[in-house]
Design a protein around this ligand. Structure first.
Ligand code: CA
Length: 139
């Protein structure tokens, strides 16, 4: 036995429903219609939720070490922001990097004559500070 459908019946049978256009997909961010179905996806900075593929989760770039921040990383929804320790400022050409502030360089050049930089403890404090891992030593 064979079934013969008319063109009109075939069109009805294979008609695609655009779930994105009819708002039945419920994708949180990006909906892509496919023939007979649809796909949900997420914007850059987000990943698909593992239990509900309609939802998107923020990627914590700081926790996953995908940020390129030299000193301080702050996660934001959909992105992240770099900042610097006191005595440093964000590099204007590359906002992932930190530069020693000019006033710190001047202060170091002024005090370097008065401070015994051969003192191991002071040298270590300055080394830590210049690597962005400590506070400006008070002398
Ligand atoms: Ca993020």
């Amino acid at each position: 036995m064979s079934i013969k459908l008319s063109e009109e019946q075939l069109d009805f049978f294979f008609a695609d429903i655009d779930e994105c256009a009819t708002n039945t997909a419920n994708c949180q961010q990006i909906c892509t219609n496919t023939i007979g179905s649809f796909n949900c996806s997420c914007n850059p900075g987000f990943s698909t939720n593992v239990t509900n593929t309609s939802l998107c989760d923020d990627i914590d770039e700081c926790a996953t070490n995908t940020s390129t921040c030299q000193q301080i990383c702050m996660n934001t929804i959909g992105s992240f922001r770099c900042s610097c320790h006191p005595g440093f400022s964000i590099n204007v050409m590359n906002t992932s990097l930190c530069d020693v502030q000019l006033k710190v360089i001047l202060r170091l050049s002024v005090i370097s004559d008065d401070v015994n930089l051969s003192d191991q403890e002071i040298r270590e404090k300055f080394r830590q500070f210049l690597q962005g891992n400590g506070r400006m030593p008070s002398i």
